[in-house]
Write a protein that binds this ligand. Structure first.
Ligand code: TTP
Ligand code: MG
Length: 390
């Protein structure tokens, strides 16, 4: 009976989005209890000239302090706030614990950033009395493991789940069953639609489209005139609450990969390409060491604000040579058309199969990689490298 109630209320899928509250700030309070209840700014010391705010406690947000604001602006807004530099390694450690908890709830966990994830809970509904209990249990288990609070949204798809988790921050839990989607969405401003930035919003408003309801009521052809046919179709589908994107679990779990976080953000150019070559060569070396071939190359990028994206390409033939890895990774990196410097770059190989499953022994590129591996093995490490890695 329970699962029938769930089925009726959520449609085909039950998607959860979780986002920790003022994440870096909460970790700082955890490690420094004397900060609790005070305005706290993570990003740099009070005298930092170039620093920007990573995040601020909810107490500090009352003064108008926000992520990405210069530290000096935050000092002006709230002179008595506590200012601390970020401790990334510590936040990453706490993040790992959160993801360990999430993975006990569903095998389909998609990390979006250090403190944010989607879970596909479809098929697990019968474990919980209802959606609220599911959400509370998730929050309780995370709190038990970390003493931190997060906000949860539960909905029939990713788009609505993410909006829902944001609705009652901090420590929120918002459930949007299929029957409530219309009431939840229609009053929202067009900016709430994923993919609608300031430019698109301005174009829509120029024809009198201000809310999600307006987007629903306009003929697609009118929307297409101002934002183009593709975006118009996408935006209108979202306005009706339609979003079929699957929850895509972490590529790192079933892949061989390597990523690097830069000390200083790196723009696209020779330096970034050399890093890409080194990452590709490291991945190729590990594929060969494990005796496996891959079918898919993935490039992962992260911007300074932690926005993270991946692009993948699956090839017709399995591979494990550095040249194929580098060539495909470089093409994927091109496709991002980077306009900002990167904080992180990663290369992954997945779709792994054992050498015996392929008939590719002895391809020329493969032999070159093998020769380099043999020399490097003698020299004890990856000493001999190709020019592009230098
Ligand atoms: P967010 O989840 O965007 O923010 P938050 O967790 O601090 O606050 P909220 O309760 O609104 O979710 O980002 C997670 C962490 O990423 C944040 O704690 C600090 C870091 N971050 C930056 O360093 N710079 C940024 O511009 C943003 C947005 C986040
Ligand atoms: Mg957060």
């Amino acid at each position: 009976m329970r699962s029938r109630t769930w089925g009726v209320s959520f449609g085909k899928r039950t998607i959860v989005h979780i986002d920790m509250d003022a994440f870096f700030a909460q970790v700082e309070v955890l490690d420094h209890p004397e900060y609790r209840g005070k305005p706290l700014v993570v990003g740099g010391r009070r005298d930092s000239r170039r620093g920007v705010v990573s995040t601020a406690s909810y107490e500090a947000r009352k003064y108008g302090i926000r992520s990405a604001m210069p530290i000096q602006r935050a000092v002006q807004l709230c002179p008595h706030a506590i200012f601390v530099p970020p401790r990334m390694a510590r936040y990453e450690e706490v993040s790992r614990r959160i993801f360990e908890v999430l993975e006990t709830f569903s095998p389909l966990v998609e990390p979006l950033s250090i403190d944010e994830a989607f879970l596909d809970m479809t098929g697990t509904e019968h474990f919980y009395e209802d959606a609220r209990h599911m959400g509370l249990e998730l929050k309780r288990r995370i709190f038990e493991a970390t003493s931190l609070t997060g906000s949860v949204g539960i909905a029939p798809n990713k788009f609505i789940a993410k909006l829902a988790s944001d609705r009652e921050k901090p420590d929120g839990l918002v459930i949007v069953p299929a029957a409530d989607v219309d009431a939840f969405l229609t009053p929202l401003p067009v900016e709430a639609l994923w993919g609608v930035g300031p430019k698109t919003a301005a174009r829509l408003k120029s024809i009198g489209v201000h809310t999600v309801r307006d987007v629903r009521e306009r003929p697609l052809s009118q929307l297409a005139q101002v934002v183009g046919p593709r975006l118009a179709a996408h935006v209108q589908a979202l306005a009706f609450g339609r979003d079929e994107r699957p929850v895509e679990p972490d590529i790192e779990a079933k892949s061989i990969g390597r990523e690097t976080t830069f000390e200083e953000d790196v723009p696209d150019g020779p330096e970034l390409r050399a890093v890409l070559a080194r990452l590709a060569a490291n991945v190729g070396w590990r594929l060969r060491k494990e005796g496996v071939f891959a079918r898919t190359v993935t490039v992962k990028i992260r911007y300074p604000d932690f926005e993270t994206h991946t692009k993948s390409r699956t090839l017709a033939e399995p591979f494990r040579d550095d040249d194929t890895l580098y060539r495909e990774a470089a093409r994927l990196l091109d496709e991002f058309r980077l306009r900002r410097p990167l904080r992180l770059l990663g290369v992954y190989a997945s779709g792994l199969q054992h050498a015996a499953q392929t008939s590719l022994f002895g391809k020329r590129e493969d032999r070159l990689s093998d020769v380099l591996d043999a020399i490097n093995a003698k020299l004890g490490g990856r000493v001999v490298r190709r020019g592009r890695e230098l």
